[in-house]
Design a protein around this ligand. Structure first.
Ligand code: HEC
Ligand code: HEC
Ligand code: HEC
Ligand code: HEC
Ligand code: HEC
Ligand code: HEC
Ligand code: HEC
Length: 244
């Protein structure tokens, strides 16, 4: 069985490298679904950290035995998931999601070789997830700032497959950013201490009212107080950028 699979992979790689589509970009999806990891990387050791255990195999299922998805979706950084996605889902990346994932539209979306699916993904959800992944990997917004720090979707969303209309509760943000009192201390302006975005006459405001993740952030206070000198990072224009 293993030998048969091996041969099929070899034949696929062979066909792909002969077909004219291999040099022309548009057929990307078909091309990459069949592509094995070793087509680009030779051996895994060339892309794994120096102290990482040796891994044999040709595709992502070789990783699943040690890297099982975290069932609790804890608010922590996830370097394995982040690094794989950051390298392969940039807008110009050559590898399709389905090189690593299994998916039946409207049904399970999972990782090849993993026992349990990550969740259910409707047919119309895929485009949005793809777009948001590209944003998370490369935008000037808060999502990409977190991507660079290995915070993946579930780090914020508490579940693997966020849906249209989802947002993130402030408690989840504070699980990583400490309590709001501390935050308010850090952002108290010297000249006008009460012009504090984190402590105001409006009481507690959801983080996501100002800190958008996949679109420009916006200091809500300025809706009414046009005269405040209040800046927020990752806003329209992206001047304050993702670099740090
Ligand atoms: C179309 C080419 C291509 C294919 C196929 C491919 N990769 Fe990559 N991979 C890249 C590129 C480009 C990078 C980033 C540059 C580098 O480190 O070589 C990368 C980087 C990586 C890294 C290092 C990530 C980091 O930041 O430490 C790992 C691990 C990796 N790939 C695993 C895989 C696995 C597993 C597969 C098979 C599912 C795979 N790659 C298939 C192109 C590819
Ligand atoms: C024999 C067990 C094992 C297998 C198989 C395995 N890994 Fe790992 N991997 C580890 C351990 C242990 C760590 C370090 C602890 C952690 O971050 O989970 C790690 C960490 C990583 C990291 C994070 C490194 C960092 O910067 O923190 C990446 C990326 C990674 N592995 C990629 C892969 C890929 C890709 C595969 C499949 C080709 C794979 N691993 C297969 C055990 C394994
Ligand atoms: C190189 C392999 C690879 C590619 C390409 C890839 N993924 Fe993944 N993805 C994984 C692995 C492995 C996991 C499970 C990570 C874990 O166990 O934490 C994962 C997890 C996810 C999750 C759950 C996220 C979370 O925070 O836990 C989503 C959603 C996802 N992938 C969507 C996509 C989409 C959409 C694409 C294409 C734009 C894509 N992936 C491309 C390997 C890949
Ligand atoms: C830093 C925390 C954070 C991370 C990381 C993050 N999100 Fe979000 N996400 C949010 C917030 C906040 C909102 C609501 C406001 C907005 O749209 O920015 C949101 C909204 C969404 C929505 C609903 C959008 C809509 O218009 O209905 C989807 C779908 C989503 N996220 C998917 C993802 C995926 C997929 C990933 C991983 C690639 C991800 N998110 C990573 C914080 C995050
Ligand atoms: C899993 C942990 C985690 C979660 C959850 C999380 N963040 Fe972050 N966030 C980080 C890390 C790590 C950084 C980068 C280090 C830093 O700047 O503090 C960061 C950076 C930031 C920054 C830039 C800080 C600066 O110095 O300018 C803002 C703003 C931010 N996060 C807001 C949010 C909001 C709003 C949410 C909820 C929607 C959220 N974060 C959820 C870990 C997290
Ligand atoms: C009313 C709008 C608004 C709300 C709501 C808001 N913030 Fe902010 N946040 C800002 C602004 C504006 C800044 C930049 C202030 C500065 O640099 O002095 C900021 C800065 C930050 C920073 C960087 C602080 C630093 O060290 O410089 C973090 C982290 C942060 N916010 C997290 C959060 C979290 C978590 C929540 C929800 C509990 C939240 N914010 C709610 C407007 C807001
Ligand atoms: C929906 C409109 C609205 C929003 C949004 C709003 N305020 Fe106000 N604010 C007012 C009104 C009305 C007053 C009382 C009239 C005045 O003095 O301008 C006021 C007064 C103030 C004052 C005292 C007067 C001054 O101008 O110094 C401060 C400080 C202040 N707001 C801070 C904030 C901060 C910080 C935020 C964001 C977290 C915020 N406000 C959001 C409407 C708003």
């Amino acid at each position: 069985m293993a030998g048969l699979f091996f041969n099929v992979v070899i034949v696929c790689v062979f066909l792909v490298s002969l077909s004219p589509a291999a040099s022309a970009a548009p057929q990307k999806t078909n091309l990459s679904k069949q592509q094995s990891c070793t087509g680009c990387h030779g051996e895994f050791s060339s892309v794994l950290p120096a102290k990482h255990p040796r891994v044999a195999g040709k595709d992502i299922s070789a990783c699943a035995s040690c890297h099982a998805p975290d069932p609790q979706n804890k608010a922590t950084a996830k370097p394995y998931s982040s690094k794989l996605h950051l390298s392969h889902v940039q807008p110009d990346a050559k590898l399709d999601c389905l090189a690593c994932h299994t998916w039946k539209p409207g049904k399970a979306f999972g990782v090849k070789g993993a026992k349990k699916p990550l969740g259910t993904l409707p047919a119309e959800g895929m485009d949005q997830i793809r777009q948001i992944f590209a944003s998370w990997a490369s935008s000037k917004y808060l999502d990409a700032h977190h991507g660079k720090k290995n915070v993946t979707c579930s780090g914020c969303h508490e579940r693997k497959l966020p849906e249209s209309g989802d947002t993130v509760a402030s408690d989840r943000c504070l699980a990583c950013h400490g309590d709001i009192e501390n935050l308010a201390k850090k952002t108290e302006p010297k000249d006008f201490p009460d012009r504090n975005p984190h402590k105001s006459h409006l009481g507690t405001i959801d983080c996501a009212v100002c800190h958008k993740a996949h679109q420009p952030s916006k200091a809500y206070c300025l809706d009414c107080h046009k005269n405040f000198n209040m800046k927020i990072r990752f806003s329209e224009g992206g001047a304050s950028g993702t670099a740090k």
